[in-house]
Design a protein around this ligand. Structure first.
Ligand SMILES: Nc1ncnc2c1ncn2[C@@H]1O[C@H](COP(=O)(O)OP(=O)(O)OP(=O)(O)O)[C@@H](O)[C@H]1O
Length: 641
């Protein structure tokens, strides 16, 4: 069942326009009117060409000797045209696409816009790159996804009305009007189809009105019908807006191939064919390699150029294709066509007015807020888990009494509460990695940087962690019967809150260094095990050997939380000693011994946790949190993938 989300948070995203849209853009009529209209007509870029582009790498398999993975590739694409980069796996499609998009510098040759080489900033300003993997946020609707993309990418000079109009036009142009308020979808909440997801991904890249669009395998993972649908929408938009589209594509169906204007066919980095789709048939017939009746031309071209899985004479056949290309007039004609391009620097407004970090953080916080209250797995399952833990703890250590035989269970409950809750932060690893994947993609597209990402992550985490600390404590604190005092209760919540922030900061740091689910999970679990062991409770400080003490104990955030909670429990509470046959036996010696009681401070003395140092411990915890976060920022800043 597809859920239709009435955008109750619309006012949050684009308040003015949500209201206007409700009155103005509600019906199908308007949708029909807007579809087919130009979204952002390209007036600036009249050609994208590449000339003799060669990429040489150090061959991993041959002691780093030079290896050409792309050899003297040339081509030209004009406005309204869509070019397919085709070839068998490993033929160099992605390498060429990345080079054209200036994500990779050519060893030799040039990439020209309007016949001239242009600076990277200009190229970025006029183009967009759609990655192979969709990294959409599953708990947002189609419309919200585009609105947030608009908010993050459009300069402040673009008015809200204009931004909304772009979003609306894109939704219509990509045939997503009926899915406007449907969720993208998560593993447990069904959303739009795979093809529709691809269309949303492409639409988000068109918000800024690029003139050139690069697509890395836009149809991968889609069946032939969905592939055709996705490419048809892109083709129509390219035609209507005079856009230049270049897509690497593996094996399009005949119908999908016909949507393209041109094809570059590669094998082992060399050009096998470059030209109009309509010329494929005639060209290969000329080589004596006619496309057999009822055979898909892409399949035929791949068969001719694939030497990995082809028949024994595959290499001979490929040599004929390569020779055929070199000996034809075509490379020469292409060279002349590129040379004849009148060199003219592209004029585009530099993106100097990007949204400020503050505005990016506000947008990202709003987006994360929506995600958090909709994404069951990410947040509510974790809340449920902590509540289960609270009930478990509260009932295992049920209603302890202030007597000496319950002193140890109290201490154990404090240790378990602080250590295990911190340990459970491992459950945050998948959610963080998911957010990070979205960030990596959005950063590559120039939307925002590590500061906005990590500040948002921190801010969004705070209320959630406070909620967990509060709900967990409200159940477990009173069931266990920890010191029954309002002030003590809120102090306990404060320690738990700091504990959870530190634990989550550790998750952010570790998962940023190792952005792999299993590795991050194992390392966070290991680190928590380490903090438990060296905290001073399981192995008393005088016994703990100097290595663990001086290298790890003093940076162990769990230790400060445990000490703080111990002081909170024992500082102002007295415990009854045991009376046997009228005699009083006290486990701890204190000033109240003559009243057959133990002063809680005597317990603290035994652990050397003198009250009065809580402020310092809170300070140390904050420093640990800040250091984790700063290190997380440094790693994220340096690590681009
Ligand atoms: N340092 C290197 N040493 C050896 N080979 C390399 C090196 N770097 C890249 N290659 C090879 O260059 C070729 C081009 O890779 P590219 O990813 O561009 O191909 P592709 O056509 O996009 O493949 P696919 O369809 O599988 O994505 C591959 O065969 C790759 O193994």
């Amino acid at each position: 069942m597809r859920e239709s989300y009435r955008s109750d948070i619309e006012m949050l995203i684009m308040p003015d326009d949500a209201a206007k849209r409700d009155s103005a853009v509600a019906g199908d009529d308007v949708e029909k009117q807007t579809s087919g209209q130009s979204l952002f007509l390209n007036h600036d870029v009249n050609s994208l060409a590449w000339q003799d582009v060669t990429i040489t790498v150090k061959n991993r398999a041959d002691e780093g000797r030079p290896l050409d993975i792309l050899v003297a590739s040339s081509g030209i694409v004009r406005p309204g045209q869509m070019m397919a980069l085709m070839g068998p796996s490993g033929s160099g499609k992605t390498t060429l696409l990345n080079t054209l998009a200036q994500r990779q510098a050519p060893t030799r040759g040039k990439v020209l816009i309007n016949g001239a080489e242009c600076p990277l900033t200009t190229h970025r300003a006029v183009s967009s790159f759609v990655e192979q993997e969709d990294t959409l946020i599953g708990s947002l609707t189609v419309e919200e996804t585009l609105k947030f993309a608009a908010k993050l990418s459009l300069p402040s000079t673009v008015s809200k009305t204009e931004a909304y109009s772009r979003v609306s036009s894109l939704i219509d142009a990509f045939g997503l009007s009926n899915q406007r308020r449907t969720l993208i979808g998560t593993p447990i909440q069904k959303g739009i189809s795979g093809g529709q997801k691809r269309r949303v991904s492409v639409a988000t890249q068109l918000i800024t009105g690029p003139r050139v669009l690069y697509l890395d395998e836009p149809t991968s993972g889609l069946d032939s019908t969905a592939s055709f649908e996705v490419m048809s929408f892109i083709r129509n938009i390219a035609k209507q807006n005079n856009l230049i589209v270049i897509a690497s594509i593996h094996q399009p169906s005949t119908k999908t191939l016909e949507l393209f204007s041109k094809v570059t066919l590669l094998s082992k980095g060399e050009t096998c064919f470059y030209g109009a789709v309509s010329e494929i048939d005639q060209y290969f017939r000329g080589l004596g390699m006619e496309i057999p009746h009822l055979t898909n031309p892409s399949e035929h071209m791949l068969d001719l150029t694939n030497v990995d899985f082809g028949p024994q004479d595959a290499q001979t056949r490929l040599d004929i294709v390569l020779e055929g290309w070199k000996n034809s007039e075509r490379p020469h004609d292409l060279e002349n066509e590129i040379r004849s391009l009148s060199s003219q620097q592209v004029e585009v407004a530099p993106l100097t007015t990007r949204p400020s970090i503050f505005s990016q953080v506000v947008t990202l916080v709003r987006r994360a807020f929506i995600k958090s209250y909709r994404d069951l797995v990410c947040y509510w399952v974790r809340v449920a888990m902590y509540m289960g833990l609270a009930i478990m703890m509260g009932t295992v250590w049920l209603r302890l009494s202030p007597t000496q035989d319950h002193i140890q269970p109290f201490i154990n409950a404090i240790f378990f509460g602080s250590a295990f809750l911190s340990f459970m932060a491992v459950a945050y690893v998948p959610a963080f990695l998911e957010d990070r994947a979205v960030f990596v993609k959005e950063r590559a597209n120039g939307l925002y940087g590590p500061t906005a990402f990590l500040v948002t992550n921190f801010l969004v985490g705070l209320p959630f962690l406070f909620l967990i600390a509060f709900l967990f404590s409200i159940v477990s604190y009173w069931l266990i019967n920890l010191r029954p005092d309002g002030g003590a209760f809120f102090t306990w919540i404060m320690w738990l809150f700091l504990d959870l922030i530190a634990a989550e900061s550790l998750v952010v740091l570790v998962s940023s260094i190792f952005p792999n689910f299993v590795v991050a999970l194992a390392l966070v679990a290991f680190a928590n095990g380490l903090w438990m062991s060296v905290g001073g409770f399981l192995v008393a400080m005088p016994v703990l050997n100097v290595f663990w003490k001086y290298v790890f104990h003093y940076i162990d955030y769990q230790a400060y939380v445990f000490q703080g909670m111990m002081v909170n429990e024992f500082k102002d509470r007295n415990y009854d000693c045991e009376v046997q046959d009228g005699n009083c036996f006290c486990m701890y010696q204190s000033a109240l011994q003559d009243q057959c009681k133990i002063e809680g401070r005597a317990v603290l003395d035994a652990y050397d946790y003198a009250p009065g140092r809580e402020g310092k411990w809170v300070g140390i915890l904050i420093v640990i949190i800040v250091v984790y976060r700063l290190l997380g920022w440094v790693v994220t800043y340096l690590k681009k993938t």
